[in-house]
Design a protein around this ligand. Sequence first.
Ligand SMILES: [Fe+2]
Ligand SMILES: [Fe+2]
Length: 260
Amino acid sequence: MQFRNYNDANDTVKLNYQKQRQNQSLDYVKNMSKKYNQFSTKLSMQDCFASLNNFIDLSDPDITLPNIHHLLQTAEAIRKDNQPDWLQLIGLIHDLGKLIYLKGCNEDGTSLQEQWGIVGDTYILGCELPETNIYKEYNKLCPDINNQTKYGIYEQNCGLDNCYITYGHDEYLYQVLKYNKTTIPQIGLDIIRYHSLYPWHKYNEYQHLMNEKDIEVLKWTKLFNKYDLYSKEDNEFHIDNLMLYYTPIIEKYIGTYLYI
Ligand SMILES: [Fe+2]
Ligand SMILES: [Fe+2]
């Protein structure tokens, strides 16, 4: 099976990217962080996973099953390689940020119908958009287009943590996990935060913005991407059985509940 074949991707995938490029400005990203970094709803981990049953990712040409299957497939691929339990956990939860739709709306692109503020490959705003962006022909639609140079608003080697990346499930889940004071290693949280930044981890963009720490994060994000991508198959799992294995790991690093 060939993955990420966007040439044959259906119109929904393409339209989602067009809307993302068109609507995500630097201001939008700043506003979304303010708006969605309020975590007042208490949800059991079980309900967090269950809420993804309603979510079919409009940006993903490879899979049409509910997201829980993709999460389990990723986690299982990591487990099979005897990677540490926390990395298996990252596989299991890395897309959980899509549950932002529970408090989202169409205008923000954070609903089931409008997902351009939730899913899709990400890129950095406030500087020039990479040529390696998916559907780069849409780059010119970016609202900040007149204000883009190589460095833009950034200093050399300022570090990715100091950049404004297009808003989506990556950033949202990162902030959720920070707020909830989980014991997941920081490198695991960073993988979650940057796993959709394909121009960076696949095409080596943004070298000039990276700092020392990002070199390590890049290494792990590349490793993770292998599991995220190549475990995608449209086959079903026995979810309950697998969760018997993963629940103690969830308990160990996160607990029973999450404030979302
Ligand atoms: Fe993702
Ligand atoms: Fe994923």
